[in-house]
Write a protein that binds this ligand. Structure first.
Ligand code: HEM
Length: 151
């Protein structure tokens, strides 16, 4: 059942759109809107993570169901996406912490990286979703480690 991945992927897309809008607001000098929209963006990122993590725990992860010759490329791409997403999460926490401590010079510097990495994470996440559920029939759903390493 691909309903949970569809919901979590939608949350990634919404979050990335909000981060782009939040960036636009601070460039325009609107701090209040920036703060509000970025917090919503972070909220949707957290919602994505909660849906993803609970599915992993309760259902498992789905392995690639496409042709054998694409499996290696898919897994390399999946690693790339997971690395981006993890980096974005760590940077996101640092960026928010700096904002709330009012260390805005550092926040501005790191915030740019956070926004760029998250804006790259979202389309790679959508690509994984398309490869896993739309382009090919999803493979077996099994525990996370097996699915990631293609066992
Ligand atoms: C994860 C969420 C956030 C991200 C990704 C983010 C990202 C950014 C970026 C990219 C900039 C610099 C824009 C530029 O110069 O191109 C910036 C500036 C700023 N952000 Fe955030 N932001 C976030 C959350 C917040 C929050 C919650 C607050 C308020 C508490 C805040 C307050 C500010 C302020 C005041 C500036 C301007 C700093 C200055 O003029 O030196 N941000 N942010």
């Amino acid at each position: 059942m691909a309903i949970l991945p569809t919901i979590s992927t939608s949350f990634i897309i919404i979050s990335a759109i909000l981060v782009a809008i939040g960036w636009y607001h601070i460039i325009k000098g609107n701090r209040e809107k920036h703060q509000k929209v970025m917090l919503w963006g972070a909220g949707f990122a957290l919602a994505f993570f909660l849906v993803y993590a609970s599915r992993t725990v309760f259902v498992g992860n789905t392995s690639f169901g496409g042709p054998e010759e694409l499996k290696l490329a898919y897994h390399l791409f999946l690693f790339f996406h997971i690395t981006l997403a993890t980096t974005a999460a760590v940077f996101g926490i640092v960026t928010l912490t700096l904002a709330f401590k009012q260390k805005f010079a550092k926040h501005r510097k790191i915030g740019r990286w956070t926004a760029v990495i998250w804006l790259l994470t979202a389309p790679t996440g959508v690509a994984v979703y398309v490869l896993l559920y739309l382009l090919y029939p999803g493979g077996e759903t099994k525990p996370m480690i097996d699915a990631i390493f293609g066992l």
